[in-house]
Design a binder for this molecule. Sequence first.
Ligand SMILES: [Zn+2]
Length: 325
Amino acid sequence: MSRSTAARLIRPAVCLAAALALLQTPARAQLSANELGKIMILEYHQIAEPEARWARTPANLRRDLERLRERGYRLVGLNDVLDGRFSLPAGTSPVVLTFDDSSPGQFRYVDKNGRLEIDPDCAVGILEAFARAHPEFGVTATFYVLPGAAQPHRLFGQPEHEGRKLQYLVSRGFEIGNHTLWHANLSKYPEAVVRKQLAHAQQWIQRLVPGYRLRTLALPMGAYPKELEWAIRGSVDGVSYHHDALLQVAGGAAPSPFSRRFDPYRLPRIQVVESELAYWLRYFEQRPEERFASDGDPATVTIPRARRAELRELGGRNLRIIQRD
Ligand SMILES: [Zn+2]
């Protein structure tokens, strides 16, 4: 007897609820593998009340995670996307979460009867609770932090816990990214200032998490310095920085890292305001063939045969290409 038949016989109320849920969320056929499809890199700022242009409420962040999960998205780290490393079940899609500006609602400790706990309403608390309820969804995100900003934006706004927070993030598989020292608009400054902003941010993080390299830079306000190279790599007073990717503040879904269209120095993101997120969820519902869908095997790259010409050179990666019809 199928589960749904049993439910109908034994628990009509549950069955009705399930039917209503199905009406709201039409059953989805599993996506065919397409590792040339696009990937959403979502961009959050404050997690706080009330909902606003630069703030998502805790309840809405939870709801975002649920909407992503039920549509077959799974969290992956940005660094894994850059490395072309996808360990996801077949037919699921990667999605990347990024949090800019290290405001308190992203990561807050609260004192509970003398014990320090992660606030269940901050982004880290919400992500971890969601992963406990839905382990298949995964738990990771990249935090673009500001080590030299004025409070409350300096490393999440609790000076006594700065080091503990960064170390916790790294120990749990979250990523830390460069967002300059204090949110400098890099288009406005000469080379020496640009490089200092990037190297000093790297130095600050390494003081708190020895050896940690910031692999990606989210450009404040999406502004590029006059020379691209200044943002990619350099060295100031013996401290070097090297970014494998530069992130913009808008631009839509990102090309697959296996696509010729993928430019790690111009990675677009999707800002999470309700209208934008709803647009992109609907976009991929209506165009499932444009969405990155995993083949379930990290060692292979499965692509539609008709899109063969879009595949970029994957030299040195030891990945096997599978073409499907
Ligand atoms: Zn910012």
